[in-house]
Design a protein around this ligand. Structure first.
Ligand code: CU
Ligand code: ZN
Length: 179
């Protein structure tokens, strides 16, 4: 009986390792600050601690073109995206591109909306994590901005802080999902 319990525990552990971790976020417009109409669901999947996080989903209701797409430090309170703090930055670096050697952990770059306002999101990122303690994004916020993130190349102070991506049009708290 004891052996069976042990075998089941091992099997469960193996299943968890195979499927990895899954977090999800359902975007809500920042009505508190006058934004309406943006919606979407984003999923975050990571097999093991050493695998990249696969970020997928759709965002609707955007203006055509690029929009800054970041993980901010805190979860959303009161449907107010300003409650999420700044970009998630446990390393204390300046703002950058997803591919920059030095960047905020939360710097996922831009999403790009078609004329109809829909953006398809499909990002592989090796810096954010669902497993790691330091870089874990679960419980933090995903924020979509009004403007394009200049990826730290704007040549001014704002660029190295936020990428000059402007207002926060929609956000959500990233929460863990079971399978
Ligand atoms: Cu942001
Ligand atoms: Zn940043």
């Amino acid at each position: 009986m004891r052996t069976l319990a042990m075998l089941l525990a091992v099997a469960a552990g193996t299943a968890l390792a195979q499927h990895g971790l899954h977090s999800t976020c359902v975007l809500v417009p920042d009505a508190q600050n006058g934004f309406h109409g943006v919606s979407g669901t984003i999923d975050f999947l990571q097999k093991t601690e050493t695998d990249p996080v696969h970020v997928t989903g759709m965002v609707y209701g955007l203006t055509e073109g690029k929009h800054g797409f970041h993980i901010h430090t805190a979860g959303v309170t009161g449907a107010d995206c300003s409650s999420t703090g700044g970009h998630f930055n446990p390393d204390g670096f300046t703002h950058g591109a997803p591919t920059s050697e030095f960047r905020h952990v939360g710097d996922l770059g831009n999403i790009d909306a078609y004329l109809n306002g829909t953006a398809f999101v499909d990002i592989m990122d090796t810096i954010i994590s669902l497993h790691d303690v330091e870089r874990n994004i679960t419980g933090r916020a995903l924020v979509v901005h009004a403007f394009e993130d200049d990826l730290g190349l704007g040549g001014d102070e704002g660029s190295l802080a936020t990428g000059n991506a402007g207002a926060r049009v929609a956000c959500c708290t990233i929460s863990q999902r079971g399978f």
